[in-house]
Design a protein around this ligand. Structure first.
Ligand code: GLN
Length: 231
């Protein structure tokens, strides 16, 4: 079919600051596991990528509305999303955890009663918080960016934030001053996604490229570049 003819360039929406998956490094370069992986796969499969760092929620919407061809943004493959997106094979495993400041009194979800927690709009962390707010008696404040959640906690507007543990763990390793509470929840393999039924060849090329990168060792090299110390 004509629509499956590969394009020269694919517009890929992504998050803004979501280290180690996408972020601006000290030399001003936009890097990360998602960025390097997508770039390497594009090279392997012979297409170009134009990244659009829009923020998670905006990236999801850009793909839904056809303004971007695909999204790679530490995006978890969920049943709900599979109704509107087609996903690649999983390339990483996430899961939600609570991050609090090292100095915080919070040791478990029970300690959240009557407190505010920060979440990022449209994420699994938000879903997890919504599903458990009543049970543990906490309130939810939603933000657009991970950096906004971090600031909210640092400034005392929230006692902690629900975020993917690889992101929390990377921050802690970089000296964020946070610590983890509880165990990772919701599992959540990450996949690259396209709008359901659109750009099927992009998913196919991603899966083929990912398999090639795993075979050649480049996949491990990319992970090591960012989380070598943590694994
Ligand atoms: N993995 C989470 C989700 O898919 C968070 C993604 C993100 O914030 N970039 O909802």
């Amino acid at each position: 079919p004509a629509h499956a003819e590969p394009k020269d360039t694919y517009v890929i929406a992504t998050d803004t600051t979501y280290a180690p998956f996408e972020f601006t490094d000290s030399s001003g370069e936009y890097v990360g596991i998602d960025i390097d992986l997508m770039t390497a796969i594009a090279e392997d499969q012979g297409f170009e990528v134009e990244f659009q760092p829009l923020g998670f929620d905006a990236a999801v919407q850009a793909v839904s509305s056809g303004q971007a061809d695909g999204i790679i943004a530490g995006m978890s493959i969920t049943d709900e999303r599979q109704e509107v997106f087609d996903f690649s094979e999983p390339y990483f495993t996430g899961g939600i955890q609570l991050g609090v400041l090292e100095s915080s009194d919070v040791q478990s979800y029970e300690d959240l009663a009557g407190q505010k927690v920060a979440v990022k709009t449209g994420t699994q962390g938000q879903t997890f918080a919504q599903d458990h707010a009543e049970e543990y008696g906490f309130e939810i404040s939603s933000y657009q960016e991970t950096t906004d959640m971090v600031e909210a906690v640092k400034s005392g507007q929230a006692v902690g934030y629900f975020e993917d543990y690889p992101v929390l763990a990377y921050g802690i390793q970089q000296g964020s001053g946070f610590r983890l509470v509880g165990e990772p929840e919701l599992g959540g393999d990450y996949g690259m996604a396209v709008k359901k039924g659109q750009n099927p060849e992009l998913i196919q090329m991603f899966d083929e490229g990912l398999a090639n990168l795993k075979e050649s060792g480049e996949y491990d090299e990319i992970l090591d570049r960012y989380i070598g110390d943590a694994t």
